[in-house]
Write a protein that binds this ligand. Structure first.
Ligand code: ZN
Length: 244
């Protein structure tokens, strides 16, 4: 089985179309999403339609939960809050129900999926160190768990010959055949924050056990124009060019 794993799409239609094209060209069997499909961008309805049409299994991100009315936005920054309200105004009852019913965790053939962490999926913790990852690595039943949330790609690994020690790598290709447990952040499709504005996607082949992180160019200018025309804060358009 060859999976494409999409992180933090954030209603960026053109970035999603670009990574879907790449996934299909790579002969992917199944596409997964680690959540935050909406919020920030102007293409909420279009993005949700693409995920539904392609039957993409998706977990619930914190922005998805806030937009569905299931998460308090007190700790959201003002721009994120504004995007939550704007998006709620775009969606139908059916769309909101779809978000509301997304699971916090998914278990598929050989991998788990969570938004922030496997260990506390409803708390939306940021995994930014091996210590942050350890509770998830201890608990996850599958060898690999895919996450997003920070919008920064990184893999945290424990090897079979030394499963007590967790370490991280920013390598874009990771061979999981000798790995005991892996927590892999696939970066963000729609709002990368690692100063590389290209859309990110992960590809994982369960037969070779190779994981690869790809970056894909898309028409940022046009997507930024769509945000500016929508009435969302202009900063949400500007940051796409910088990858922050
Ligand atoms: Zn996000």
């Amino acid at each position: 089985m060859r999976y494409a794993i999409l992180g933090d799409i954030h209603a960026n239609l053109l970035a999603l179309e670009a990574v879907m094209t790449t996934a299909k060209a790579r002969g992917v069997d199944r596409i997964l999403s680690v959540g935050d499909v909406v919020g920030y961008g102007a293409g909420a309805r279009e993005v949700m339609d693409i995920l539904r049409d392609n039957e993409v299994p998706t977990v619930l991100g914190n922005h998805d939960a806030a937009i569905a009315g299931d998460l308090d936005t007190t700790f959201f920054n003002p721009m994120a809050k504004e995007a939550v309200q704007w998006t709620q105004g775009q969606l139908t009852e059916g769309d909101l129900d779809w978000l509301h019913e997304l699971p916090l965790l998914l278990h598929l053939d050989g991998c788990s999926v969570a938004h922030g962490s496997y260990s506390d999926p409803d708390l939306y913790k940021y995994i930014q160190s091996t210590e942050d990852a350890d509770p998830s690595l201890d608990l996850q039943p599958e060898k690999v768990c895919f996450v997003g949330h920070t919008h920064v790609p990184v893999s945290i690994l424990r090897m079979q010959d030394n499963p007590e020690r967790s370490f991280y790598t920013m390598d874009e290709q990771v061979d999981l055949s000798l790995v005991d447990k892996a927590l892999i952040n696939v970066g963000s499709v729609g709002q990368p924050r690692d100063e590389d504005p290209r859309a990110a996607l992960g590809i994982y082949d369960t037969s070779t056990q190779l994981f690869e992180l790809l970056r894909v160019e898309y028409n940022i200018k046009l997507e930024a124009k769509r945000i500016e025309a929508s009435g969302l804060p202009k900063m949400l358009a500007d940051r796409l060019f910088l990858g922050v």
